[in-house]
Design a binder for this molecule. Structure first.
Ligand code: UT7
Length: 351
């Protein structure tokens, strides 16, 4: 990791951009590249009609999802992450040897240990990077951005690769219609760099409520309930969710986080050009936007094509928004996430 003492000109605190605490002492956390990758195989609602008692109409009306991507049997979270990372690095013009830190946010690591980030480090050849995973469920990508930003602002790192990657199909109970219609696989990545004066990550905020950990969890596979014949027979190694309660909490949490991040930047929702919420359910997205007073055309939505890809969700959406020119240089973007934990967060990015 590169560390440098502050120069004289940097030693005086300066807030060149009044909105951006990130301009402190001449450091700035910019997003210099984004990338994503989703597997080729498409699983449609009509395919699911043949697997469980459901209908395209029910899934579309209740969630907005029409299809989702499913990774191949020999394609793992680290493989998805690697492809997304390589695309982000290409866009950023960054080579593997420049990466100081590599963070993978995931709830579906290749294995309990070593961290998936270590496997990705090997695959992309980032031999000089420290690498670790974070587990904040669907909120993981914003948690990762915030952590990466802190490493950059503290002068510990100049270039940080943050990846959200999931193979949720490996922990979905394909006999449970309550959950199996919701999730998909994929990965998204962002390269964070210290670029004084450049646009970037203005703020990121995070929240947690462990009292509600039971709303969305996978009970088996940890120290509390290691894998046994009984735990497998009881289907404890699949995710479980209280959908209705999770739904209510998602709206409150994303709204609160969004308001807090806007407040920190002294921004009003009308100044945001593009809103990228966690893609779990179209109804949640619309209700949060309504509560924020945001016009619907500002929303970026891909839940119809991707389903809920947890930590990869807003990362994939951000990449799609950038590559489709839905966001342009100078635009203000609001990211909002929510997930198991419960965890939530929001970030404001000046693109
Ligand atoms: O990423 C982390 C955050 N995740 C979320 O934010 C997800 C939050 N929750 C949700 O998106 C929604 O609660 C769901 C989409 C999961 C469910 O929608 P809902 O409107 O809350 O439906 P429900 O759970 O109240 O279920 C209504 C009915 C039930 O039947 P009964 O008991 O009323 O007879 C379910 O059994 O719909 C039934 N149902 C289904 N029917 C057809 C549940 N899943 C299905 C299905 N197909 N796939």
């Amino acid at each position: 990791m590169s560390q440098s003492a502050p120069s004289n000109s940097e030693s005086v605190a300066s807030f060149r951009n009044p909105r951006a605490a990130h301009d402190f002492v001449g450091r700035s956390c910019s997003i210099s590249g984004v990338g994503s990758y989703v597997p080729e195989q498409v699983l449609t609602n009509h395919d699911l009609e043949k697997m469980v008692e459901t209908s395209d109409d029910w899934i579309t009306t209740r969630t907005g999802i029409k299809e989702r991507r499913i990774a191949a049997q020999n394609e793992f979270t680290s493989d998805l992450a690697t492809k997304a990372a390589q695309r982000a690095m290409e866009q950023a013009g960054v080579t593997a040897d420049q990466i100081d830190l590599l963070i993978v946010a995931t709830i579906t690591p290749d294995m309990p240990f070593p961290a998936t980030a270590c496997l990705v480090q090997q695959k992309i050849g980032a031999t000089g990077a420290a690498a670790f995973d974070i587990e904040a469920a669907c909120s993981g990508f914003i948690y990762g951005l915030e952590i990466g930003q802190q490493f950059i602002m503290s002068r510990t790192c100049d270039t940080v690769l943050v990846i959200g990657s999931e193979k949720l199909s490996s922990i979905v109970d394909w006999t449970d219609r309550n959950t199996c219609v919701l999730f998909g696989d994929g990965a998204g990545a962002a390269v964070l760099q210290n670029r004084p004066g450049a646009h970037g990550l203005l703020t990121a905020c995070m929240g947690t409520d462990g009292n509600k950990a039971g709303l969305l969890q996978m009970p088996g596979g940890g120290s509390r309930c290691p894998a046994t014949v009984e735990s497998v027979a009881s289907r404890l190694h699949f995710l479980r969710m209280d959908g209705k309660e999770t739904f209510k909490n998602a709206i409150n949490a994303m709204y609160t986080a969004a308001i807090e991040s806007l407040r920190r930047c002294e921004l009003d929702i009308s100044q945001i050009a593009c809103i990228i919420p966690h893609q779990a359910n179209r109804r949640i997205i619309d209700l949060v936007a309504e509560r924020l007073g945001a016009s619907p055309e500002k929303l970026f939505v891909n839940v119809d094509r991707m389903g809920n890809t947890s930590a990869a969700s807003v990362a994939i959406a951000l990449d799609e928004a950038v590559r489709s020119s839905r966001v342009k240089r100078g635009d203000l973007i609001l990211l909002m996430v929510f997930g198991a934990g419960l965890t939530w967060g929001a970030a404001v990015v000046e693109w």
